[in-house]
Ligand binder design. Sequence first.
Ligand SMILES: [Ca+2]
Ligand SMILES: [Ca+2]
Ligand SMILES: [Ca+2]
Length: 644
Amino acid sequence: MNRLMLTLKSHTPTADTPLANSMKIVFLILISVASVNAFPQGAPEIIKVEPPSWWAGHTINPVRLLVRGKNLGNARIRPTTRALQTTAVRINNTGNYLFVDVKVNPNARPGLHPLILETSAGKATIPFRIEPTLPLASRYQGITTDDVIYLIMPDRFANGDLSNDKPADSPPEANDRKNARAYHGGDLRGIINRLPYLKGLGVTALWLTPWYDNWNGVNKCDKPWCPNTYYHGYHAIDYYAVEDRFGDMATLRELVDRAHASGLKVIQDQVANHVGSRHPWVLDPPLDDWFHGTLAKHSLNKFQNSTVLSPHANRVEFRNTLDGWFNDDLPDMNQEQPEVSRYEIQNSLWWVGMTGIDGIRQDTIQYLPRFFIRDLSNALHRQYPRMWMVGEVFERDAAQTAFFIGGHAGWDGIDTQLDSVFDFALWNTSLRVFTNKAPVRSLRDQLKYDALYPNPLKITTLQNNHDTDRFMSLEGAKLEGAMMHMAFILSVRGIPQFYYGEEIAMEGGHDPDNRQDFPGGFPGDARSAFDPQGRKPKEQQMYDWTRAWIRLRAQLPALRRGQLIDLFYDNDTYVFARQDKTTTVIIAINRADKQKEITVPAGTIGLRDGGKLVPLSSGSMSAPIKNGSATLVVGARTVAAFKY
Ligand SMILES: [Ca+2]
Ligand SMILES: [Ca+2]
Ligand SMILES: [Ca+2]
C-alpha cells in the first residue's frame, strides 16, 4: 500500500504531549479509513499540476509536484519516459491532493513528459513538461546601485490590448474606468508599447505589481473598501498563471525579452505571505495546516510589527504578527509546514526560470518567518547567482528594516540572506523635509542609522509607491518640493525606486486615489503625457528634472556607488559628497526661500586647494577651493550638483 498518511511535521512548537500526538495519529487514520470505506471511489481526475513544468539540470531536483484532483486515494504514479523518475507519493486525507517527487534526468530533452496516475478505479494523465533552459545572456541579471527602478501597476499604466478588458466571467461593474476600485484595462501589451517612453526617461528596471491570476469578479463586503476588485493583483487565485486581463505567459515573456533588448530589467512582485480568499485551497486545503487557520476561524494581524524585531516579544503577539491574516480576505500561508515552504520556493524559482526576470520584490516580508526568507533567498541564489530580492518591511524604524536585510545574523541567529529592503525610514524623513515639516538636517540625522546595515549601498531608496499618497497630494507639497525629493532619492546612497507618474508630478491621495491611470495610456484619453506635446508645463518641468537627474546618475559612477560623506547640514541645507577613487560629486540641498552660500570643508575629503567644484546643472557658479574650503552658491528651493 503506497498511501501514506500525511503526518508532516511542523516547526511550530505546540503544547501537544506525546500521548496527545499518538491519539491524533490514531484519529487521523480512523477518519481516513472511514472516508475510504464510506464512499466508493470513482475514477481519478486531474484538475491542476503545480508546477506544470520544470528543467533538467536544475539545482532543485527532484521537484515536488502538488496535484489537485478527485479520487486520488491509493494512486500509483509512473513516468511515461525515461527522463523522469517518480517517488514518494503522498495523498491527503480527502483524496483531492497528492504530492509526488519527480526526479529529472540531467540529459532529459525539453518537451511533454506526462505521468500516468492509476488507482483501482481507473487511470488519468498528469500533464508535465520539461522546459528548455532560457539562454543566460541578459537574463537573471540582478539589480544594483547602477539601476533606477520604476514601479508600474499594470492595470493603471497603459491598455495595449482591448480584447482582454472584459473577461467572460466578469460582471460589467468589474470593468469600469470611472470606478477607482474596478479594473481599468491596463495590461502587459500596454507596457510593451511604452518601453520606448521608459527607455527615454532613463529608468533601467521595471517593477510590476503582481501578475498572478486574480479573481475577475467584484468582491462585496461590509468594509469601506467594498465593493472592490483585485486590479492590484495581491489576491492570487493561481500561483502558476498570468492574470488573464494582463495577458498570458507568451506576452509576459515578450515583455521581459523586449525590455532586456532595450536595456531594461524586470522585477516580479511575489506574494508568499498570502493568497486571495477565492483561491481553491481556501475551501479545500491540501493539508489541514496549509494556512494559519481557516476562512471561518483565523486571527487577524494586529500589525504589532515590532514584535518580530524585539527579542523580548511575548509569544502570542509574535505569532499574531506572523500568523494573523492581513485581512479577512487574505488567507495567511503557513511556511512552518515544510510542504508550504517547498511549494513557495519552487514557485518563486519557476517564475524566474520561465521568464528570465532579474529581480523579485517580496510583499509584506516581515510577516514571513525569517528562516523561510533565508531558505528562499538561498534557493534563488543557488540557481541564479545574481538574482536579487527586495523585501517590503513597511516600517519607518531603520532598526526594523535593517534587521531583515541579509549579510548579518539577527539575535535569533538567522541571516535572511535577503539582498535588499526598502528604506521607508528615509522616505518618510524626506517627505517631511520637502513638505516643510522637518529641518533639512533630518536627512543626515536619519542617514546616520545606516550604521545598522551591513552595506548601505544595498538598500532600496524609495521615492514613493502604490501604497503611499503621491507627493503632490501631501499637505504642504509644492512642485519644488517634489523636485527636491526626487533629486535627493536619485543622488543619495542605495538603489533608487520611484512610482509611475511621479515623473510628471501626478496627484493622488490615499489608496486607490494614488493609483489613477497614466494620462494617455487608455483609449479615449484627451491627452497623452507620454508625449511632450501632451504634457502640462508643470508635468514637463518635473519630467525634465527627473530625466536630468537619472542621466547625471548614469554618467557618474561616484553618484551610483561612491561613499556618502556629510559636509554640512542645518535647518535649511544639507550638503553631502558621493566619492569614489577618481571622482567626487557634491550634492547641495537648499530648501530656503533665498539663495544660500554654503561653505564646505573640501579639504576633509581630499579635494586640493587650487582645484574647483564645477556645477553640473545650470544656474550655479564654479566654487574654487582655498584653504581647504569651498563656498557653494545654491539657488532657493533647489538641489544642485557639483563635480571635482
Ligand atoms: Ca486591456
Ligand atoms: Ca483573472
Ligand atoms: Ca504570515
